[in-house]
Design a protein around this ligand. Structure first.
Ligand code: NAD
Ligand code: IPM
Ligand code: MN
Length: 349
C-alpha cells in the first residue's frame, strides 16, 4: 500500500463546498486501490484570520511542508472588506504558499468538452495549457508607496524576472509542448516591458534550439486576449509570466464554459516541496452558501493531483468521468453536491 500524505485547505466561501465534492471524487477514484490518502485538514483563510489574527504561521507552513501534496479550495474574503486590509490573505497565505513551496509552474489547462455550452458562437477545438510562472513577476511586490494619501503619492510594485526563474519555467513549457501538439506561444508585452520582455524572449529562443520540432510563436498579451476569443484553437502551450497568466486563465475559463470548470496545479517539478492543486476561481462570496457553486474545477484539480503523483489510471478515470458528466449535463441546474455525486458515481460504476 502506498500512503500519500495530503494536506487539505478548504478555505473560505465556496472553497469548503467544492473541496467536499473533490474529496468525494478522490475517495471514489481510489476506493479498492492500493493507494491511501492520509489527509490533514488545515483551517486557513479569511475566516481563520478574522477569528484568530493568524494568516499562515511558521508551524502551519512547516506542517504543510511535511505532506506529499496539497488540495486547496479557495481563500479570500469579500473584496473590499475593510477588516482584511493589505491583501493579507492573498499575499500572506496563497502567494506565500506558492513562493515558499517554490511552485514555479502554475499549470492551467483549458479544454472545451463536447457538449459544453460556452460564450463563443464558433469556438472550434479548444485544448491548450497555460504554463504560468508562479514565483516571480509583479507578484513579488517589493514595492512601496511614498507620500501615501497625498496628491503626490507614488506607488510602485517591482516585477522580478530572473534568468534562473524564467529559464526553468520555459524549459518545462517546451517539454510539455513536446508531449502535446508541439506548438508553443510566448505571451508577454515586449513592446513596453523591454527588460523583462527581452529576457523572456531570449530565453525562449535559446531553449527552442534544443526543441527544433516545437513551433514557437510570440504574441503581445493584448493581442493574445483577442485570439483567445476569436481563434482559441491556435493555442497549444502558452508560456507567460505570473500576472499575464493570471488574467489569461480567467479568460480561458470563461471561453471554455465557465470559471467553475477551470482546474490548476501549482507544481514544484523537482518534488522538493509538495505541489498544490486548486481551482482557478476564488471564494466567490457572491454565491457562497447557496449550494450552486460548480465543483468541476476542484474535481479537475484532483485529476491533476493524481497525474502529478503518477497515478495515471486514476487520473484518466477522473478526467473521463468529468468529461462524461459534462457531455450529459442537461439544462436544469444542479447543486454543488449533485454534480459531485454524479461524477463520483461514474467512478464507482
Ligand atoms: P471569484 O473567482 O471568487 O468569483 C468571480 C465570479 O465567478 C463570481 O461571480 C463567482 O460567483 C463566480 N464563480 C467563481 N467560482 C465559481 C464556481 N465554482 N461556480 C460558479 N461560479 C463561480 O473571484 P473574485 O470575486 O475576484 O474573488 C473573491 C475572493 O477570492 C477574493 O478574496 C479573491 O482574492 C479570492 N481569490 C482566491 C483565489 C484562490 O484561492 N486561489 C483565486 C481567485 C480569487
Ligand atoms: C489565482 C488568484 C490569485 C492570483 C490571487 C487570489 C492572489 O487570482 O489563483 O488566479 O492572482 O494568482
Ligand atoms: Mn486569478
Amino acid at each position: 500500500t502506498r500512503t500519500v500524505k495530503l494536506a487539505v485547505i478548504p478555505g473560505d466561501g465556496i472553497g469548503p463546498e467544492v473541496v467536499a465534492e473533490a474529496e468525494k471524487v478522490l475517495d471514489a477514484a481510489t476506493a479498492g486501490s492500493d493507494v491511501v490518502f492520509d489527509k490533514t485538514r488545515f483551517s486557513l483563510g479569511a475566516g481563520r484570520y478574522l477569528e484568530t489574527g493568524d494568516t499562515l504561521t511558521d508551524d502551519d507552513l512547516a506542517a504543510i511542508k511535511s505532506h506529499d501534496a496539497i488540495v486547496l479550495g479557495a481563500v479570500g474574503g469579500v473584496p473590499g472588506d475593510p477588516r482584511l486590509k493589505d491583501a493579507n490573505i492573498e499575499r500572506g497565505l496563497l502567494l506565500k504558499l506558492r513562493f515558499e513551496l517554490d511552485h514555479y509552474v502554475n499549470l492551467r489547462p483549458s479544454k472545451l468538452y463536447p457538449g459544453q455550452p460556452g460564450p463563443l458562437a464558433d469556438p472550434g477545438d479548444i485544448d491548450f495549457v497555460v504554463v504560468r510562472e508562479g514565483t516571480e513577476g509583479p507578484y513579488v511586490g517589493n514595492g512601496g508607496s511614498i507620500r501615501r494619501g497625498t496628491p503626490h503619492e507614488v506607488a510602485n510594485e517591482t516585477s522580478v524576472n530572473t534568468a534562473y526563474g524564467v529559464e526553468r519555467v520555459v524549459r518545462f513549457a517546451f517539454e510539455l509542448a513536446e508531449r502535446r501538439s508541439k506548438r508553443l506561444t510566448l505571451v508577454h508585452k515586449t513592446n513596453v516591458l523591454v527588460n523583462a520582455g527581452s529576457l523572456w524572449q531570449r530565453t525562449v529562443q535559446e531553449v527552442a534550439i534544443g526543441h527544433p520540432d516545437v513551433a514557437v510563436d510570440y504574441l503581445h498579451v493584448d493581442a493574445a486576449t483577442i485570439f483567445l476569443v476569436t481563434n482559441p484553437g491556435r493555442f497549444d502551450v502558452i508560456v507567460t509570466d505570473n500576472l499575464f497568466g493570471d488574467i489569461l486563465t480567467d479568460l480561458a475559463g470563461a471561453v471554455t464554459g465557465g470559471i467553475g470548470l477551470a482546474a490548476s496545479g501549482n507544481i514544484n517539478p523537482s518534488g522538493e516541496h509538495p505541489s498544490m492543486f486548486e481551482p482557478v476561481h476564488g471564494s466567490a462570496p457572491d454565491i457562497a452558501g447557496t449550494g450552486t457553486a460548480d465543483p468541476t474545477a476542484a474535481i479537475g484539480s484532483i485529476a491533476l493531483l493524481l497525474d502529478h503523483l503518477g497515478l495515471r489510471d486514476e487520473a484518466d478515470r477522473v478526467s473521463r468521468a468529468i468529461e462524461d458528466d459534462i457531455s450529459e449535463r442537461g439544462a436544469e441546474p444542479r447543486t454543488t453536491a449533485q454534480v459531485g455525486d454524479a461524477i463520483a458515481a461514474r467512478l464507482q460504476a
